[in-house]
Design a protein. Structure first.
Length: 129
C-alpha cells in the first residue's frame, strides 16, 4: 500500500474504519477524512482508499459523474505503473487478467485505460520494454 500511504500523509488525510452500511468508502472534505468499510478485502480496500484520495487530491467535496471519473482515474494512476500496464496488456486480453497480475481491481485497469484515451497520452509509444 506504499503509494496510498504516502498520499495519505502528503495530503494530511486520516482514515476512519467502520460499518458504512453498504458503501465502500467516502471522503469527508470538511474533515480531511476518508471513511472506509472495515469489511473490505485488501485489494478492494486499497482501491477504495486510492479513489477517495483522488477526491482529496482534487479537492472534490461533491460527488457527480465528473468528480467520480477524476477520482477513479487518479486512483488508477497511483495504483498502476504505466509500463506494467503496457507489458501485461500485451500478454492478456482482459482487464480482469491484467488486474489479477497487478493486484488491483479490474475497474482500476479500465480507469487507467480510460484516462490514457481521454488524455491522448501515448504510453504505448513510451520507453516501456
Amino acid at each position: 500500500m506504499g503509494g496510498v500511504s504516502r498520499w495519505l500523509e502528503q495530503l494530511g488525510v486520516r482514515v476512519v474504519e467502520g460499518d458504512l452500511g453498504g458503501l465502500h468508502g467516502a471522503y469527508m472534505h470538511d474533515h480531511r477524512a476518508i471513511l472506509i468499510d472495515w469489511r473490505l478485502g485488501p485489494i478492494q480496500r486499497r482501491s477504495t482508499l486510492a479513489h477517495e484520495l483522488g477526491h482529496a487530491f482534487h479537492g472534490l467535496g461533491c460527488s457527480n459523474a465528473r468528480t467520480e471519473r477524476e477520482a477513479s482515474e487518479w486512483a488508477a494512476r497511483i495504483l498502476i505503473r504505466g509500463c506494467d500496464l503496457v507489458f501485461l496488456s500485451r500478454a492478456h486480453d482482459t482487464p480482469q487478467a491484467v488486474a489479477d497480475e497487478l493486484g488491483v481491481l479490474p475497474r482500476d485497469v479500465v480507469n487507467y485505460r480510460s484516462w490514457l484515451l481521454r488524455s491522448g497520452y501515448d504510453v504505448l509509444g513510451s520507453d516501456c520494454p
